[in-house]
Each structure stands twice: as structure tokens, then as C-alpha cells.
Design a protein around this ligand. Sequence first.
Ligand code: D41
Length: 673
Amino acid sequence: MTSHGDAAHRVRTLRDQINQHNYLYYVLDAPEIPDSDYDRLLRELQTLERQFPELVTRDSPTQRVGATPLAEFGQVRHEVPMLSLDNAFDEQEVRDFERRAHERLGTPAQLEYAAEPKLDGLAISLVYEHGMLARGATRGDGTVGEDVTQNIRTIPSVPLRLIGKGFPALLEARGEIFMSRKSFEKLNARAARKNEKIFANPRNAAAGSLRQLDARITASRSLEFFAYAWGQVRGGKLPGRHSEVLARFRDWGLRTNPENRVVHGVDGCLQFYRQMAAKRERLPYQIDGVVYKVDRLDLQQQLGFVARAPRWAIAHKFPAEEAMTVLRAVEFQVGRTGALTPVARLEPVFVGGATVSNATLHNMDEVERKDVRMGDTVIVRRAGDVIPEVVSVVLTRRPKSTRRVRLPRICPVCGSQVLRLEGEAVARCSGGLYCAAQRKELIRHFASRRALNIEGLGEKLVEQLVDAGLVHTPADIFRLTVPQLADLERMGEKSAKNLVQTIEHARHTTLARFLYALGIREVGETTAQVLARHFGTLEALMKADATALVQVPDVGPVVAAAVAAYFHEPHNHQVIDALRKAGVQWPEHVSAPLTGSPPLSGKIFVLTGTLASMTRDDAKAGIQALGGKVSGSVSKKTDYLVVGAEPGSKLAEARKLGIGLMDEVAFKRLLKL
Ligand code: D41
């Protein structure tokens, strides 16, 4: 049995440790212990506090969530008003701001600014008395706000007590409460599942979560805090620069934004703006601009404020990313993989810094989910360099006559059948190589190394050839002449001759390579080899229906359906006939998919993760014994990534490059182990 004295001592030690780890985690973003160890400390403290309730204090890390909901929020008067911020919407307005500051100060010297991202959350005030969090309040109208102390206490990055030394006896820290994008998406996903209200943006979600009479709801919402200003300060002094105050805040355990910088002059400000604009999408939270503040507090004082906004600070806003406009029509675009994308034709609208008249609707599932109809008023979003998209319909503005969006039955480019497989959001044109929209990508694929291996016929050249009308189908490649090629840009007589030679050689291939080269959906290199081996001839494969195809080992219903659909399309027969007429040929009934032996010759393997049944060295030896090569890193040249347990970053890399993946079972089968 622990004595009261021992317990009291242990409780203090635990609280100090927990506070220190909170600080490392939230403020310094440099945790020193795993979450599980942290949880253990917290649980031990909880247990002791249950045993010795008299040891519980208000600032104990266990006391964040109160159990009794409030009837209403009390009102709070801000002794020092919470100011608002003027906005600048372009460079000129920022330059005007700086010019006015210079005029007032009479200093021609360059000013230093504290530059900060402008978080899209809500402003709050935190009062610390002798280092203890005494009150949390919303900004309200700047003079009177709401007492949300109970809710604020649940936010893990808000310290219940300050750490370190030298903080004023009374310190009112101010800053932003916000919700990370991740938490926002999780919250909305959960709400959608439960058919509850979806928040339009992280700002609304943060506000809605903070203003909950039951603090237990706030606690469940993953809110965060960054400090960027202060109000009342008594019984202590702050340093003379904004940036220095924030540095002290950090020492005292108040989280500040690690993106904050001190910059020189208006050009430094504008550079910061551009950097943040570029980084914006990668930040874990939403920002709607940046804020510049004259760094020296004595100069701030000289500048003072007008109405409710300081003359020493300005928010430089990013262009609004969302705007409202009318959707006139929906058309379908065919991408390089045959995917049909519904595209909204809009009344042109200025959004995200550009005029937008087209926006993607992604796919038919999205069209249905958002219930988008032609004639609707819609919200369009254009964020950074991302393709503009239709976010939602403004139902209150729906006119009486709207037209529903229907997926076309035939491809708008080539007239082939459009297929939408069950359970798939994406609809595709089945025209394959026949479809002009898909031609470039498919021709490039046809010529690629693991297909017909026509070295020198890369993406750029394919573009040129198709645009010049020299190549419509892969068969046309075999009719290219030296003079035709030599006429193209960046192509000399010599490289033209070389290319024609390479093409000549490429006529002789294998059935597996040929099948792979056709670019049939779902048919990668391995499946092509399996099919070639199983059917032996192209004729036999073409005759097989989906039922026959699923009999093939390793061919599932999805692959079978894709293969059957491809050969069902008459256009594809024409493409194949033309290729054979152009002299493309392969030895019939040859089961080995690769010319020459050994079987893995020329193949480059990369290994990641742990294999259960063999060591790395054994795996390497196995590959090498069959003529393959093992490389340490994934590149475009990699043929296969062998994926063991707990794979590393190579897996993501391989996925990005579209490299073939092989699990341990498949790998062992390949090595015939
Ligand atoms: O990130 C923000 N949203 C932010 C807001 C910021 N970084 N700094 C701010 N600084 C101020 C002054 C200069 C008045 C202390 C602010 C705000 N104000 C602010 N937020 C809401 C109203 C005003």
C-alpha cells in the first residue's frame, strides 16, 4: 500500500513528466517517448488520483475533460480589446501598407516584420494566472466574448499550466483554435456515416466543436492551438519584439507556428507570401493567407490603430478558392486511359486567382452523390494548381427546370461502347487503341521497353507523330520512313535511321509481349505471360469467353471481364489485323514468354520488407540464378518489386512508377521454390 506522502510525491513527479512530454510533443514537435509510454504515465497518475482523491488538482493532466455540461456560456469582457486585422488582397495593397507605416514613423530604413501563416480557425484568449490556465474565451465582437474555459481545457496543445520560468503573474495569451485537415476529414466521414451534419470547412468544424456546452464533445474533436498575440500582462515584462515574445511563449509551453519568420521589408513579406502559397497544400491545416506584423513593439506603439485594426499589422489573403456560378452543361472527356470524366461547363467565374469556365466532376458516383444537374448553381473550387472542381450544389437556388447528367453509352471521341464495371466509379471507353484520346498513351505503352521495346520512341516523339498525323494506330509505326522521321523537330537523319532499324527489329516479338503491348485493361506483364502460356496462340485467346478465361490460373473475374470485353470490340480486331499485316509476328506455341534463356534474363528486381521463408541473400541468389539482376533502389528500370512484411518507402515509390509488385507467394512460385 502506497503511503499518502509517497503518493503525493509520485503524483507531482508524474505530472511534471507528463507536462514535459506534452511540451516536447506539441510545442517542439519532437517527442522523446512513444505514445504507449506516455499513456502508461497518464494511467498511473489516474490510478493514484483515484486512490487519493485529495491529491487531484485543477491543473492535473487528468482533469482536461469536465463531466458536467453547461446550461449556457457565460460572457467575458476583454480588458484589452481583441483587435481585428485589415486585409490586403494584392501586392499593391501590401506595398501601400508599408508606405503608410514608413510615413507615420518617418523612418526610411527597412522595417522588420514578423510573418506568420494566417490560420483559418477562430481567435481565442487564454488567461494564465501564476502560470495556471484560469480562463479561455472566444473573441466574440472583440470586446465581449464567451467563456469557453471548459472546452479550451480539453485541447491537448493548450497547456493547463505554463512551464519554465519568468512568465508574468498574469498573462493573457491569444491565438487561433483550429482543426487539422485530417481531423476535419475524419470528423466529416464519421458524420456522413451517421447521417449527421457535414461541416463545410475546417473553420466551421473548429467553431462548432469549440462551442459545445458539453465539453466531452469538444474533447472528441481534435482541436489544436497556436499562439500569436497577447492581451493583458501584469506582474512581469515581455521582450521588445513580437518574434521574441513568441519565442518566450514557446519556452513557457505555449505552442507557436513553426512556419513563423522574421522578414525584411515588403519584399521579404512578399517572398514569404509566395513560399507559403507554394507550401499551402502540404501544410496539415488550412490557411487563408499570411499576416505581417511590424516586429518592434515600440514601433507598433507609435503606429497605434485605427478603428479596431492595428496600423502595424495586415493580413495578406490568398485569392478566394471557392466561388458560386451556374453550371450550363456537362460534357465527357476521355482521358489517356479511356476513363470518361464528366466536365462541367460553367458561366465563367473568377476564383483562386483565375477565370474558370470548366471544372471536373470526377466521375458519375460524384455527380450522383452531389446531385449535380445542368442549370444548377454550384460552388466551384480552385485551389493552387489543382484542377478546378465542382464542390457542391446550392440547392436553394435550383431552378424549376434542370436536366440530369447521364453517362453516354458510346464514347464521344470514337463511338465505341462505354463500360462501367460493377462497383467501379469510373466509366471507360472500350475503344482501346482505336480511340484517338487514348492513342497517344497506348502507342507510348506499345513501344515501351517491356512491350515491343522500341527504344527511342518515347513520350515526346509519340506526341509529335500523332499530332503530325503520321501515326494513328500502333500499326502505323511500322510504316514510318526515314525522311518522314528526319523531318520532325529534334530528329536528325542519323537518329531517324536508327529508329527505323529498331522498329524493324521490334516486329519480331513474343505473344506475351504483344498481349502486354495491346494495353488491355488489367493485363499487366505477368498476366500477359500467363495468358500466352495458357492459350499458346492469339486465336485461341480471342475465342475464349469470360467463363473460359477465369479457368486460367491466376486470372480472376475482373481480368477475365476486361480481356473478354477487349476482344469483343470489333475495332480492336482491326488494330490487331493491321499489326499482323505490318509484319508483327511471334513464334507460335512457345511457352517461354521471354526470348532466350535464362528465364529472368534482363529483369531487374528490387526487394523491400522482410521475407518470412528466406533471407535477403537467398532471395538475391535465387533471382541471379535465373539470370535476373537485383538492384538496391526502385527506378523506372525496375521490373519487379518483391514485397515482404513491413515494406519500406520503396513500395510507395514502385506504386508511383507503376512497377510490378510481387508478394512472397508469387516470388516463390517464380523461383519455383
Ligand atoms: O493566424 C491567424 N488567424 C492570425 C490572426 C494571426 N496569425 N495573427 C493575428 N494577429 C492579430 C493581431 C495583429 C490583431 C494581434 C490574427 C488576428 N489578429 C485576428 N484573428 C481574428 C481577428 C484578428
